[in-house]
Design a protein around this ligand. Structure first.
Ligand SMILES: Cc1cc2nc3c(=O)[nH]c(=O)nc-3n(C[C@H](O)[C@H](O)[C@H](O)COP(=O)(O)OP(=O)(O)OC[C@H]3O[C@@H](n4cnc5c(N)ncnc54)[C@H](O)[C@@H]3O)c2cc1C
Ligand SMILES: *[C@@H]1O[C@H](CO)[C@@H](O)[C@H](O)[C@H]1NC(C)=O
Ligand SMILES: *[C@@H]1O[C@H](CO)[C@@H](O)[C@H](O)[C@H]1NC(C)=O
Length: 420
């Protein structure tokens, strides 16, 4: 195809799903522009923390990088998936379920985003561009997108053949197809933080946490208390990532975000509560973490449809999910890869067939995974579920423990034929 004939995709959202789509579509022979409302790469983002990558997502990301080993170099292995119970009175922990050969890797959001972004041609990415609206031509072969340039307040129009909505769980493009769509609150929020110990590797805090959690550096730790749980793992470059899930009523969402600004008082209160529940070594890491932040956890029932004419949803826009399957990033990367393969297979002239195949491959998988992640969150938080008593690590039985393993995720290591 000559340069002139290349079909063009307008991707809205430049987070993990957006940059992954840019790679996959360029590989499929498309021209791509990415519109992102943030004004610059979010390297120091306060809301960026750790995430897990499964083996397939790792392979796909490596295929998009000019220097594939950069992914390996900027992540740490998660080879053990370990669920432990914590007795909050005695402050002791014991193993509930343990899986070896887990084969995930842990990345910092900003590191992963940086890797993917830096491997893209620089002229395709439009920072500081807020998507406003789109309209599809009568013959459904083109789509006109309006965006506001935040620095100058001017409105621009971009015309393409395909609109890719990678605008996250609060997607405004999805809202134009499901006007009464609402996210579903999970019943809990997540306190999160990244503890940076570079230069302090031998401090009491670091030695203490390594004694209490000797497999840090290769293990994904879940600690289960009564009606609450934490996640702890190590990241590349001397950092620990921690998450503490706390049951509480739904907040009034601030503006358009599920991340909440926290006051000093809220942090102090959180730390006091942590002392009552978790082992002191973990509490100490929480206390010494700069700027912990708070995410309210939402998901949604699976959508019936994720494409219309020449608009398609990917990533969190297509399937908002709770984080308990460690899959939201993996899902975004896979969405992008499958979309790219479908477009390459059918060609731009058969866009409908390409998008239909994308939907038929991805929708059944992500729908099951979102519902499974929801169930796992409710179990680990001791919340009510149909047909069972709320889970309590102190009274649970062996078969309940087995259920906690990440490997129970539907389609755990299924690879779509198209990607083989
Ligand atoms: C700054 C940041 C930090 C994150 N940190 C973590 C983390 O530490 N751990 C983790 O597991 N997950 C994290 N996530 C979420 C994770 O990236 C996603 O859950 C997952 O990878 C799917 O991503 P997504 O690209 O579909 O959605 P998102 O990551 O939510 O990205 C949506 C993007 O669309 C942009 N956007 C939305 N509306 C518009 C509009 N109207 N015009 C233009 N752009 C728009 C947003 O600015 C955002 O960049 C983070 C997301 C962000 C944005
Ligand atoms: C990755 O790490 C290895 C070992 O430390 C190093 O030799 C290699 O140069 C690194 N690769 C890149 C691209 O940075
Ligand atoms: C990653 O998740 C997708 C679903 O989003 C799934 O199809 C795939 O098998 C997963 N990969 C691995 C290696 O588990």
């Amino acid at each position: 195809m000559s340069e002139k004939e290349k079909p063009k995709a307008v991707v809205v959202g430049g987070s993990i799903a957006g940059v992954s789509c840019a790679h996959a579509l360029i590989s499929a022979g498309w021209d791509v522009v990415v519109l992102e409302k943030s004004c610059s790469p979010n390297t120091g983002s306060p809301t960026g923390a750790g995430l897990g990558l499964d083996p397939l997502a790792q392979t796909l990301i490596e295929s998009w990088l000019q220097q594939p080993e950069l992914l390996h170099n900027s992540t740490l292995p998660l080879t053990v998936d370990l669920n432990q119970a914590t007795d909050s009175e005695k402050k002791v922990s014991w193993t509930l379920a343990r899986d070896e050969n887990f084969n995930f890797r842990a990345a910092l959001w900003a590191d992963l985003h940086g890797l993917l972004f830096n491997a893209l041609p620089s002229n395709i990415f439009f920072w500081g561009h807020l998507f406003l609206s789109f309209c599809v031509s009568d013959d459904k072969t083109s789509v006109k997108v309006k965006a506001k340039v935040l620095q100058t307040d001017e409105t621009i129009e971009i015309v393409g053949n395909l609109l890719v909505a990678a605008d996250g769980s609060l997607s405004s493009i999805r809202q134009s197809f499901f006007s009464d769509f609402k996210l579903r609150y999970s019943g809990y929020c997540a306190w999160r933080g990244v503890f940076d110990f570079s230069g302090n590797e031998n401090s009491e805090t670091v030695m203490g946490i390594r004694r209490a959690y000797p497999e840090l550096g290769k293990c994904l730790y879940f600690d289960l208390g009564s009606g609450t749980h934490t996640v702890l793992y190590e990241l590349q470059n001397k950092r620990f990532n921690w998450i503490w899930y706390v049951n509480q009523p739904e907040p009034k969402l601030q503006r358009n975000s599920a991340t909440m600004k926290v006051s000093r008082e809220m942090v102090q209160q959180m730390l006091q509560n942590a002392e009552k529940v978790w082992v002191p070594e973990l509490v100490r890491v929480m206390k010494e973490t700069e700027d912990p932040f708070l995410n309210f956890i939402y998901d949604s029932d699976p959508l019936e449809q994720i494409f219309w004419d020449n608009a398609v949803l990917v990533g969190d826009a297509a399937h908002p999910t709770t984080p308990h399957g460690l899959r939201s990033t993996n899902m975004s990367v896979l969405d992008a890869a499958v979309l790219g393969k479908c477009l390459a297979k059918w060609g731009a002239e058969n866009l409908q067939s390409a998008l239909r195949e994308y939907q038929s491959i991805r929708l059944p998988v992500v729908s099951k995974q979102v519902l499974h992640a929801r169930k796992m969150g409710r179990i680990k938080q001791g919340l009510v579920l149909p047909d069972r008593d709320p889970f309590d690590p102190k009274s649970a039985r062996l078969e309940d423990f087995q259920e906690l393993r990440q490997k129970n995720m539907p389609f755990f290591d299924y690879v779509p034929l198209l990607l083989l």
